[in-house]
Design a protein around this ligand. Structure first.
Ligand SMILES: *Cc1c(COP(=O)(O)O)cnc(C)c1O
Length: 486
């Protein structure tokens, strides 16, 4: 067949598109990507994906390689996560899917009356909010301390017969807080409530982390654990595992129907037809690294995390939040320094970005008890970080120097910069149609020029914290939806 376009030209265009992306390798992006720093591991993953490219992961009886690889990964995962023979599970397409399925499973096993409730610290990943929304659970988010720690007693106090699942994190994404797994799981066990440990980010590094409390299947009462292969499992995106204690629990994760005229549908996960690529890549990577390889890479992450947290703690005006468990941490303003010596974490992130390092801005959050979690900047440390420790440390120090003494953007400032008629209308704004939402975005100077974000993100994050959440959420939907409109 004569193609409409020459493959070489198509690939050249793709290369040009990719060149505009944030760099996925080299350690300059400290979130989103988990770079082992081992080029041969990426090559192995690419070859594994290629080998299964045409396979449909929908049916492991027809494509038996899929079952074999999944079986191996479940075995590897339960070994790493302290599970015995009674622990079984599935490979999913990512952390969100693992979390969604943990909640769906708990909901289906719940036998109470009325509406089931999901209890979690407010720091639990947003995927659990999504799960509650999709699957019709009431969401009960428990406030945490300013350092991201949740009191076990506050979670336990919420456990009642209507609770279908309590979730804790190992560790939490925003502040790397290791939740009190043992206390919560044991209280849950006493009450017959399942307890999910979200180890999406920690699952493959915490087994090698020193000085932390037990958090895995060795803890009585832990009924399921999620652990992402596409984070510290170093696999390409599209792979995570969800393990359950007990076959019956795992079986409740499935959906099956024979009540249509087509093939019998028996799906362990949310998708039907699916790629076997990320599964094959993750399978190949776990075999190549083995337990020892993961241990070595975790040790590298631990060295870099120790080095960088001490760099940040040494920067006047900044502080590391809480005691991070794992290779990630949040940075906040050190309020014990005089105002003219403080460093705002968002200005700092913008300054680091101008120097070529991408840190992740996290907005302030008003909790249900009225307390405010301060805005922070997040860094995830991966093995590749060790190769850039020096220039990164220098950039973090220099970026702080660039913005020291500049006060944070206040809600009043961002609101004040909005057109007065818009502000007057904000209070009674109802559901927005797409054109109105787009109009507001233009008025606040976002989304021009192909949906580009402003160079400095600090004001945008302040806006997110200042406006009512439903309004911001609607505006962000508009922004992202316009990005992909033809
Ligand atoms: C990343 C993450 C998730 C969600 O995972 P995705 O792979 O992005 O869907 C859930 N929980 C925690 C703690 C995470 O870090």
């Amino acid at each position: 067949m004569k193609f409409a376009q020459d493959p070489a030209a198509i690939l050249a265009d793709l290369a040009e598109l990719r060149a505009a992306d944030a760099p996925t390798h080299g350690g300059r992006v400290l979130s989103y990507v988990y770079d082992s720093g081992l080029a041969e591991l990426d090559e192995l993953a690419a070859a594994a994906i290629r080998a299964v490219q045409p396979v449909n992961g929908l049916d492991p009886t027809t494509f038996t390689s899929v079952a074999a690889m999944e079986r191996d990964l479940v075995a590897f995962a339960r070994g790493m996560l302290g599970g015995g023979d009674d622990v079984v599970g599935s490979v999913t397409t990512g952390g969100t899917e693992s979390c969604l399925l943990a909640v769906k499973t708990a909901r289906d096993l719940w036998s109470g009356a009325g509406r089931p409730r999901l209890v979690a610290p407010v720091t639990a990943h947003a995927a659990f909010q999504k799960a509650a929304h999709y699957f019709g659970l009431e969401l009960d988010l428990v406030p945490v301390q300013p350092d991201g720690r949740v009191e076990a007693a506050e979670l336990i106090a919420r456990l009642a017969p209507d609770v279908a699942l309590v979730v804790v994190s190992a560790p939490s994404y925003p502040h790397a807080a290791l939740d009190p797994v043992a206390a919560v799981a044991s209280a849950a066990l006493e009450r017959g409530i399942p307890c999910h440990v979200d180890a999406c980010i920690g699952g493959w590094v915490l087994p090698f982390w020193d000085g932390i409390e037990p958090w895995d299947f060795r803890v009585p009462g832990v009924t399921s654990i999620s652990a992402d292969l596409h984070k510290f499992g170093y696999a390409p995106k599209g792979a995570s595992v969800l393990l359950h204690r007990g076959r019956d629990r795992h079986r409740a994760q499935y959906f099956a129907t024979t009540r249509w005229p087509g093939y019998p549908v028996v799906n362990p996960t949310m998708l039907g037809s699916k790629s076997a690529g990320p599964l094959a890549a993750a399978w190949a990577i776990t075999r190549a690294l083995g337990r020892d390889g993961f241990g070595e890479l975790a040790a590298s992450c631990a060295r870099s995390t120790a080095a960088l947290t001490s760099v940040v703690d040494g920067i006047e005006g900044l502080r590391v939040v809480g005691s991070p468990a794992g290779p990630l941490f949040a940075v906040a303003t050190d309020d014990s320094t005089p105002a003219d010596r403080r460093v705002d974490p968002h200005h700092w992130a913008d300054a680091a970005r101008a120097r070529g390092w991408l840190l992740q801005l996290q907005p302030a959050l008003a909790q249900s008890d009225g307390s405010i979690l301060p805005h922070t900047t997040h860094l995830t440390i991966t093995p590749v970080t060790e190769s850039v420790l020096e220039p990164l440390s220098e950039a973090l120090v220099a970026a702080a120097g660039d913005v020291r003494g500049i006060p944070p953007v206040t809600p009043e400032q961002v609101i004040g910069s909005l057109p007065p008629d818009l502000v007057a209308g904000l209070a009674e704004i109802g559901p927005l149609d797409s054109d109105t939402a787009w109009g507001i975005l233009q008025q606040v100077g976002i989304g021009g020029d192909g949906g580009a974000l402003p160079e400095r993100l600090a004001p945008l994050l302040a806006l997110i914290a200042a406006l009512p959440a439903p309004l911001t959420e609607r505006l962000l939907v508009e922004l992202l939806a316009r990005l992909v409109e033809p």
